[in-house]
Design a protein around this ligand. Sequence first.
Ligand code: 5MM
Length: 335
Amino acid sequence: MSELNSIAIKILKNGKGILAADESTGTMTKRLDSVSVPSTPKNRLLFRETLFSSSSMKDYIGGVILFDETIKQTTSKKKTIPELISEMGSIPGIKVDTGAKILASSPSEKITEGLDGLRERLKEYYKLGAKFTKWRGVYSITKNYPSKISIHSNAHALARYSALVQECNMVPIVEPEVLMDGDHSAKECSIATSQVIEKCFEELIAHKVNLSGIILKPNMILAGNKSKNKISSEEVAKLTLKCLKSTVPTEVPGIAFLSGGQSEIEATENLNLINKHNSTNFIMSYSYGRALQQSTLKHWSKDINDIEGTQRIFNHRAKMNSLAAQGKWSKDLEI
Ligand code: 5MM
């Protein structure tokens, strides 16, 4: 077993998953604005430090994805954030892309940037304690999209990123996100997601990426958020498994889903059913941002110094998702 494979498995084994706390300052400001908390470096740190020092970190959160600002911050007890995360029994990771920008040849679509100077930035993050990284490509579904050029160019970037990350002894999370926005059907989501993932692996293989040392972070197969034809959680689970079974090479140790705008309960319920029906050898877990933080953020905003109460909400959500990652969740466990 390679070192990268052991890290990937350690992050996801025994019902553990990933806390995606890598919101860039712009996104974090939107989140804080929505609960009327000023977005200052101090408040962003306070919220995140509250999460990272929760007791659930030990049993349910195998890894935390950080943003550049956070990985360089120091806690109230004068520890670096990666030190705090490691002491809590989890593994620090870092988002290394610099965001999705307009794709010149297809301006309604996006290409993720950040390859220039990446090797040097990776060395710096490694020294700061990161053991894994994340890069997200985004794809929209409309009548003519995602286009071949967006599928190809984002896959190419994800592969170049992954090769550089492994060269620096870290595990790349490969995140191709087919967005939920729109009125498309689940079938259209399934077709687009299959094309996107197939192309990603074609490029990862061409770039000689060690597939046993990556984590795939895909979307689930869902109907668009404006679709009139929503499907049941059972169908989400079945279509998601079918898509991943036919597109993900068996060497990949783990799949950690993004929540993508689903409600907290929806994301937990869908993950639970995916695990109930999972007949593959892939670990199927979570790498949730909003679906792990929404209710916690809402509670925290009422009193940003209520550390204990805030952690109670977060611990509950983390536990529910950990149960779902083992197919052991049920609605009556919710509070
Ligand atoms: C936490 O949000 C990440 C994106 O941040 P920026 O838009 O600021 O770059 C995002 O990649 C996130 O890690 C994943 O989408 C998972 O989060 P959700 O909320 O979809 O589970």
